[in-house]
Structure formats: structure tokens, C-alpha cells
Design a protein around this ligand. Structure first.
Ligand SMILES: Cc1cc2nc3c(=O)[nH]c(=O)nc-3n(C[C@H](O)[C@H](O)[C@H](O)COP(=O)(O)OP(=O)(O)OC[C@H]3O[C@@H](n4cnc5c(N)ncnc54)[C@H](O)[C@@H]3O)c2cc1C
Length: 328
């Protein structure tokens, strides 16, 4: 059996166990959230041993060189010596809530103060801490023009952190956050034929940033945004997106509703799931860049379908809003 040496103490790792699960089984208090390699909240540093490449996917090159890795997806072949990242290395910082408003019955918009030293791309996400709990939230703001960070938070039934943010956190409070991180952002390659953005619920947050980022940087090929909710009341930023459509001839916005009878919908709302609407509108997506955010099932299905239809994996940017794993 291989060993994990953590902060000087050695633990036997079972063959099929990740480094994180091995530590948790041995009552080590290690931070984690999604346990799928997406949120990066469990990132550690290896000081000895060979890190499998999948455990460094999506990390910055500088972090890879330093031996940072994601223990939740790491099953090394041999022994691995690891250390926890301290607050400085996690780049944790305190940001002040400067605005709090509800975009509909389910979704809260939070604006957080930030200065120019906070560098990010629209569409990336931050990790937000409530004591030991860590949750990821995507950035809807534009670094070049917005002076605050904007988050859209869906109130999840029985959700600890989303309820706390919706009900208890007040303007003026300080929130502890780390980041930004993630690869779901606009980056013109020069060879794409268009951008397709598909999201459900608060999955509009990163897309609102990404679409505006592309438009304000002069992207002049077609941009299609399909945003879905169960009912028309659960859509939001409809007026803002319609305005954007009027201003930019290459941008088309399709609000989609799947939870009520098709005949009861106004003509300017599409019926169905946003991924189905999107694939019907644009069946040929070869050389398009895709951005898929929100409900994990929608994101994973849409990613698979796009890949099977010939979209290169490097052109598919997906952030499934995976829930945090239950405490070990
Ligand atoms: C990369 C990334 C980006 C994300 N960005 C956003 C974002 O911009 N906005 C946003 O609102 N969320 C986002 N999320 C999800 C977010 O991190 C939390 O998982 C979510 O807010 C629920 O946390 P909670 O503490 O309220 O619920 P928890 O206490 O963790 O969960 C309570 C219960 O609800 C279930 N649950 C969790 N999430 C959902 C859900 N979405 N729908 C239905 N049931 C659920 C859990 O399985 C559990 O049974 C993102 C997640 C990832 C990985």
C-alpha cells in the first residue's frame, strides 16, 4: 500500500482511494468542497513523489511548477509527501459586501468591493468561506469596467451557505474569499466561427460576464446566449440582455422556459431546455466556442453532445455548478 505523508505524519492509502479521502478517513481536517476537481478548494502542495497529471489539470503553470495539486482527484502510483497551503498561498482575502439585491425569488445578487489588484477574467469563479465550509461562485462582473465583483447566488433548498448569504449576510459585512480560478472565460483564438453560451438559473452569472467581455472586445462573429428557467419568473436580466441584443447586431438572446405549457408562453420566450434550444438553433457548432454553466446534468449532457457533434474539447468551456460533497 502506498503512503501519504501529510504535515510529517504518514497514512496508508488504499489502492482506489484519493489522497483527500485517505486523509479524511484518518480524521485529518483538510478543506474541500466539490470533490470533483472543479473548485480547487482542497489544493495542496506535494513536496516529494510523483503527481499524476490529472491532479494538476486546470491549475496555473506557476502552481504546477510549485507542486500544487488537487488531492480530491489524485491517486498517485507511489508515496506522496504533501503539505497544506497556508492562507497566504491560498491567496485568501477579505472583501466587503457593498450591495445586496434579489434578481428574482430564487437568486441573490451580491456585489463585493475589490481593488485593481484583484485580477480576473469574466466568468472565472471564486471560493467563498463560511468557517470550514467552502463554496464556489462565478463572477458576473467585467474586470475592465465594473468596480465591484458581482455574484449571482441561487437559494438552494436546505443549502447552508446559500441561505446564509441570502438571509444573514448584510451590506458592510466582510467575506473571506480565495481566487479567482477556473478556465471558463472568453479568450479569442481568431479561428472561431461564433460563441454559444448556454446556462440555467444562476448559471447566467458567468455567461453575463463572458458575453459582455466578448462584445466589448470587438468580437464580431455570431454570439448566441440561451438561458433557461422553469418559469418565466425565474429568468432574470431579460431587459438588460434585450438591450444588449439591440446594441450589438451579432448578439442573439433566447430566454427558455421548460416548466410550463408551451402554449402559455409569450412568443418571445422559447419552450424547452436551453441546451436543446441552442442545438436546434445552431446544429453546426464545429469551430464554435461553447460556454456551458449551471445545472450539472445540463452541462455534462451538452458537453457530451457538442463533442460528439465535432466540437473540439479545447473549445468547450464548462462549469457545472456541482454541489459540495457532504462532510466526511
Ligand atoms: C465551479 C463552480 C461554480 C459555481 N458557481 C455558482 C454560482 O455562480 N451561483 C450559484 O448559485 N452556485 C454556484 N455554484 C454552486 C455553489 O458552489 C454551491 O454548491 C451552492 O450555492 C449550494 O451551496 P449550499 O451550501 O447552499 O448548499 P449545501 O448545504 O452544500 O447543499 C444542501 C443540499 O442541496 C443540494 N444542492 C446543492 N446545490 C444544489 C443545486 N444547485 N440545486 C439543487 N440542490 C442542490 C445538496 O446536494 C444538498 O443535498 C458553483 C459551483 C461550482 C463547483
Amino acid at each position: 500500500m502506498a503512503k501519504v505523508v501529510y504535515q510529517g505524519r504518514s497514512y496508508e492509502r488504499r489502492d482506489d482511494e484519493t489522497v483527500l479521502r485517505c486523509l479524511l478517513r484518518n480524521d485529518v481536517r483538510a478543506p474541500y468542497s466539490c470533490e470533483s476537481g472543479a473548485c480547487q478548494s482542497c489544493t495542496m502542495q506535494a513536496t516529494k513523489g510523483v503527481i499524476p497529471s490529472n491532479a494538476q489539470e486546470d491549475l496555473k503553470e506557476t502552481q504546477k511548477v510549485l507542486g500544487y495539486f488537487k488531492p480530491c482527484v489524485c491517486k498517485p502510483k507511489g508515496d506522496l509527501e504533501v503539505v497544506a497551503l497556508d492562507d497566504a498561498h491560498q491567496q485568501k482575502q477579505q472583501l466587503t459586501v457593498v450591495e445586496k439585491s434579489f434578481l428574482n425569488d430564487e437568486i441573490l445578487r451580491l456585489r463585493l468591493s475589490c481593488d485593481e489588484s484583484f485580477k480576473y477574467h469574466a466568468g472565472q469563479f471564486i471560493n467563498l468561506f463560511k468557517e470550514d465550509l467552502i463554496r464556489s461562485y462565478s463572477l458576473a462582473s467585467l474586470p475592465d469596467s465594473d468596480r465591484t465583483l458581482e455574484l449571482h447566488i441561487k437559494r438552494v433548498p436546505l443549502g447552508v451557505v446559500s441561505h446564509w448569504l441570502c438571509d444573514d449576510v448584510q451590506v458592510g459585512d466582510q467575506l473571506s474569499v480565495a481566487g479567482p480560478m477556473g478556465e471558463c472565460f472568453y479568450h479569442e483564438t481568431g479561428r472561431e466561427e461564433g460563441l454559444l453560451a448556454v446556462g440555467t438559473g444562476s448559471g447566467l452569472a458567468p455567461l453575463w460576464g463572458i458575453v459582455r467581455d466578448a462584445l466589448t472586445h470587438g468580437f464580431d462573429k455570431p454570439i448566441i446566449l440561451c438561458h433557461g428557467g422553469m418559469t418565466p419568473e425565474l429568468l432574470y436580466y431579460v431587459d438588460e440582455l434585450r438591450l444588449l441584443e439591440k446594441r450589438y447586431g451579432n448578439f442573439n438572446y433566447y430566454p427558455c422556459v421548460s416548466g410550463i405549457d408551451e402554449n402559455a408562453l409569450p412568443a418571445d420566450i422559447s419552450w424547452g431546455f436551453p441546451n436543446d434550444v441552442a442545438f436546434a438553433l445552431q446544429p453546426d457548432l464545429v469551430k464554435w466556442q461553447l460556454f456551458l454553466c449551471g445545472h450539472p446534468e445540463m452541462v455534462i449532457n451538452a458537453k457530451r453532445k457538442a463533442f460528439l457533434q465535432g466540437v473540439a474539447l479545447q473549445d468547450i468551456h464548462a462549469d457545472p455548478f456541482l454541489p459540495a460533497s457532504p462532510p466526511a
